[in-house]
Design a protein around this ligand. Structure first.
Ligand code: G1P
Length: 271
């Protein structure tokens, strides 16, 4: 069963400065709703029961967002507002599901995942990168059903412009299972255009085996001096672990850059 999800949230969000100098990028509103709530909705609708947030001391505002009961109770007492009531109920529902772990020096996604090691109970878990919104289709739900059928790890994939490969993790395919799924032969973090094995990029949805922690414990820093989850995944693949790449349906929105963030609000407002 895939019951737990982890969400790395300790990043500085420099691509969204100055907004992120005082605020967490994951709480920035996208069409009137905190970006992180879209990710939480995706988790809940995919059947996830527990969500582990990897935050840092600098991002405690995220904890506060879900732990502001006193404030809500005071407002609700004063005002009978059904919208606020409903929002508070939703926050309470999420609060019950969320656990927090800390990554005070953000050293990459691999390092973030390692911080959640003690909390992971089952053989497989889901990871979502909050910068990557996927609308019009629940990508996590689709990946979980592939996992149940094939009993292996699954990662989201999308074709990108060849010129941009050095911004992504890039897959090398072993073979296609069908139109939307393939067996991953290898994955390389942010390769140069010359060395990229394809233009199939990793998008931030992963079903990973608990085994990944044994690789992460010895994982050295990679591209840009960060500990990448991609490098640990690569080691598992080389050991013979089966990973499926899933060309997801739905529309990808990059909320981590200013241009993408602005576009996300416009796209979601059209839904
Ligand atoms: C991360 C991953 C990368 C992946 C990307 C998707 O990169 O390391 O493999 O393609 O997310 O958004 P980042 O956005 O942290 O640079």
């Amino acid at each position: 069963m895939i019951r737990q999800a982890i969400i790395p949230l300790a990043g500085h969000g420099t691509r969204l400065l100055p907004l992120t100098s005082v605020y967490a990028k994951e709480l920035l509103p996208i069409n009137g709703k905190a970006g992180l709530e879209y990710i939480l909705e995706e988790c809940v609708n995919a059947g996830i029961k527990e969500i582990i947030f990897i935050i840092s001391k600098k991002k405690e505002i995220i904890k506060k967002y879900f732990y502001n009961d006193k404030f809500y109770k005071m407002i609700i007492k004063k005002k009978k507002d059904s919208r606020i009531n409903a929002e508070y109920k939703k926050i309470l529902k999420y609060k019950k599901m969320i656990k927090f772990v800390y990554q005070n020096n953000p050293e990459g996604t691999g390092d973030a995942v390692l911080k959640a090691k003690k909390k992971i109970k089952d053989k497989y878990f889901l990871m979502l990168l909050p910068d990557d919104l996927i609308i019009k289709r629940n990508c996590s739900k689709d990946m979980i059903s592939i996992h149940y059928k094939k009993k292996c790890s699954v990662m989201a994939s999308m074709r990108v412009n060849k010129k941009t490969v050095s911004r992504w993790g890039i897959y090398s395919k072993k073979f296609n299972i069908n139109k939307n799924n393939f067996i991953i032969n290898d994955v390389i973090e942010k390769p140069s255009i010359k060395s990229a094995p394809s233009n199939n990029a990793v998008i931030g949805r992963y079903i990973l085996p608990k085994k990944i922690f044994t690789k992460l414990l010895n994982q050295k820093k990679g591209k840009g001096g960060e500990i990448h989850i991609t490098d640990a995944i690569r080691k598992l693949i080389h050991d013979g672990e089966k990973f499926i790449g899933h060309n997801f349906k739905g529309k990808y929105l990059d909320c981590g850059s200013m241009k993408g963030y602005i576009k996300s609000s416009m796209e979601i407002s059209k839904l």
